[in-house]
Design a protein around this ligand. Structure first.
Ligand code: FES
Length: 491
């Protein structure tokens, strides 16, 4: 132990008299307590919200923070009531003085301690603690993206139907994270939101582990297994692919193909392929296996709306051959969405539509462009499905409404405002937050890629309206009325 790391705090005699003492050394504050024959030292700042623990209440070896009543075992630092543990410090008596050893643990030890705390927060989906543990990673100079990698590891076997919005949103949170490299507070928000969403989706779910069995991979067999919803076989083929050294770059095309075989889960299949690619790009091969296993599982479980009669009726849709045209048509649906449907409770179940029904074509369009520019053979399916989105949403627009006030004058300024709103969204519902984020990212990208000024203007105005519209998160009366009607049919 480095002798320079010992600091003299107080005389034994004075501590005997006062029962507590405080050491201030640079930014550090350490509280020292005399309890019976023992002397113990802990961080003075409560790990919850920083109340000075030297003013806390001591009973035996339990220290209570007087602000929110968190209790700590001072011998171990373990939090007995509350959340985060408090750091303890070795002490020694020398020359009738109490000394505290203030040397920092190694980076490895620190990382391990913080990740243990983060895992506890993750398991209980505790937002505050997640944020604090991430802040600790940052201030200790540890690359905070390790927390995202760990969260994927802790969650992927708990998503019983595979990839959820949490992984999709993670890709966009990571994008904002890297765009905010000089703003640690914004970066903290991005990582906390990404991790909290994963934690929320995993909360209380049992592990549904993936078999390690593998069989030699072939694209045809993989496509057939997914078409047959045979998760076991699809997973074994994927394991075979990974074992033989294939990576997402080589598998991306077959995933794109699988995602576009049907009008899958309101477009989520393809959206998830694009988002998975981005997360792997940001975090590296370490996350490839869990994310691809999860994506494969999702592809086997997704709904296939193209099998519904209403989707097969091509006459309902205006089939277009151009992505730009379809993007603009869907953007118009977005801009002119009749938001009375968002609030309605007196309509049939088939008219249960809201803002998310018109934002999804934007994220789907973005995914179609990204994937189909890489694999042009899928343009036909991608565009067809985009036209389905347009036809499906057409009955829910109100083109008579005046939308001129939503026109965006300064694009860059508007995008900056959107980012501010995302970084302080205030939604309890993680899915709503994720959609705000992913719609923003998709629209921003399409505005940049579009060559058509009118399309750009419509996209921006639609996004502006969406960001300023009240969103309804829970449909209590709608559920009651529709359920009365459904159940009542049998009576
Ligand atoms: S600040 Fe200590 S319990 Fe809240």
């Amino acid at each position: 132990m480095n002798s320079m790391s010992w600091e003299r705090v107080v005389s034994v005699q004075e501590l005997e008299h006062k029962k507590s003492a405080l050491l201030k050394k640079g930014s550090k504050q350490i509280a020292v307590f005399k309890m019976g024959s023992e002397i113990l030292a802990v961080d003075n700042r409560c790990p919850h919200q920083g109340y000075p623990l030297v003013q806390g209440t001591v009973d035996a070896s339990v220290l209570t923070c007087n602000w929110h009543n968190w209790k700590f075992d001072m011998r171990t630092g373990k939090c007995l009531t509350g959340g985060d543990n408090v750091r303890t410090y070795p002490i020694k008596i020398e020359e009738s003085f109490v000394w505290v050893e203030i040397a920092e643990p190694s980076k490895e030890e620190l990382t391990q301690t913080i990740l243990e705390g983060l895992k506890t927060a993750f398991t209980k989906a505790k937002y505050g603690r997640t944020s604090r543990e991430l802040a600790r990673l940052y201030f200790n100079g540890i690359d905070s993206t390790i927390a995202i990698k760990k969260s994927i590891e802790w969650s992927y076997e708990k998503f019983k139907t595979g990839t959820t919005h949490a992984y999709a949103a993670c890709s966009d949170w990571l994008r904002l994270y890297f765009e905010n490299i000089s703003n640690p507070e914004n970066q903290l928000i991005c990582l906390t939101e990404a991790i909290d969403h994963m934690a929320g989706d995993a909360l209380g779910e049992p592990f549904v582990s993936y078999s390690k069995d593998s069989v030699p991979f072939s694209e045809e067999a993989f496509i057939s297994a997914i078409e047959a919803e045979d998760e076991k076989k699809a997973i074994a083929l994927l394991q075979g692919a990974l074992k033989s050294g294939l990576h997402f770059e080589q598998l991306e095309k077959v995933f794109t193909h699988a995602a576009l075989m049907h009008y899958n889960d309101f477009g989520h299949a393809l959206i998830y392929v694009t988002k998975t690619a981005t997360v792997i790009e940001f975090l590296g091969k370490e996350v490839e296996s869990p994310l691809l296993l999860s994506l494969t599982r999702a592809l086997c479980h997704m709904t296939r709306e193209d099998l519904l009669a209403e989707f097969q009726d091509i006459s309902r849709y205006s089939y277009q051959s151009s992505y730009e045209a379809l993007l603009e048509m869907n953007a118009k649906n977005f801009l002119y969405f009749d938001s009375r449907f968002e609030a309605a409770y007196d309509k049939p179940v088939s008219d249960n539509v809201g803002w998310l029904d018109v934002t999804h074509p934007m994220t789907f369009a973005n995914a179609v462009r990204v994937q189909c520019q890489k694999y042009p053979e899928f343009w036909k399916q991608g565009l067809l499905q985009l036209s389905f989105f347009h036809g499906r949403n057409l009955p829910y627009v109100d083109t008579v409404q005046n939308v001129s006030s939503w026109a965006v004058k300064n694009k860059d300024h508007f995008f900056a405002e959107c980012v501010e709103k995302i970084l302080d969204h205030g939604f309890n519902d993680r899915v709503q937050a994720a959609h705000l984020l992913k719609t923003f990212c998709a629209v921003r990208e399409e505005v940049v890629h579009s060559q058509n000024e009118t399309t750009q203007k419509i996209l921006l105005a639609a996004l502006n309206r969406y960001f300023h519209s009240p969103l309804k998160f829970k449909h209590i009366r709608r559920a009651a009325r529709q359920n009365m009607s459904l159940v009542g049919k049998d009576f």
